[in-house]
Design a protein around this ligand. Sequence first.
Ligand code: AMP
Length: 223
Amino acid sequence: MKIIMLGPPGSGKGTQGDLIQKKYGLPKISTGDLLRDAVQQGTPLGKKAEEDMNRGLLVSDKIVTAMIQDRIADPDCREGYILDGFPRNLAQAQTLEKMEDNQAPFVIDIHLEEEEIINRLSARRVCSRCQTIYNLSISKPKIEERCDVCGGPLIQREDDQPEVIQERLRVYHQETEKLIQYYQEKGLYNRVDGLGDIKAVFHRICTLLESEFRRVNKEEAAR
Ligand code: AMP
């Protein structure tokens, strides 16, 4: 199954994508993570992307679609994948359709009000080594500023600074929100309430996914 995680920044797409990956064995592909890796390694692509990322703007469609195209061609993506942070605008959604075979994606939009998004992004910390995500209000590390998983130092992402958060939300409303209607019209859209703890949101997502698996199995059995 191909899953697209939609939702504003800070809605928990990455965290929930990781949990889906663990439970259902599909690889999670995060364009944000791929870009941050490229920036950290100082590759030419990373150098091109860094300024836009630090300002909360979208990186060029050409860069991200090429990255996705490469990644979904890998053998571990044959049975499907989870896209986190892609597509981010209509042009990317249309390019993705051309890249894929004819299996329609299952779109999960994690819905969250703006006030909660700002609270979450401001409290978010990330392990600079293994990228595990923490929240200083709801999922604190056991030792202050250290990762529970690998002991690495926790950092605040450059784009989680207050002015950049505002810009990312503006870009989300201007570009990414259009995808809700786009996928609704195609009958592929599923909305999940993003409020509550990680487990509660994951439970909502699993309920949706299990019902989709049953539908697909029934359809296949009827063929
Ligand atoms: P994220 O980790 O998904 O919040 O992404 C962090 C940043 O990476 C975004 O603010 C963009 O600058 C860039 N980025 C991630 N995914 C995309 C995409 N699909 N298209 C353009 N830029 C992206």
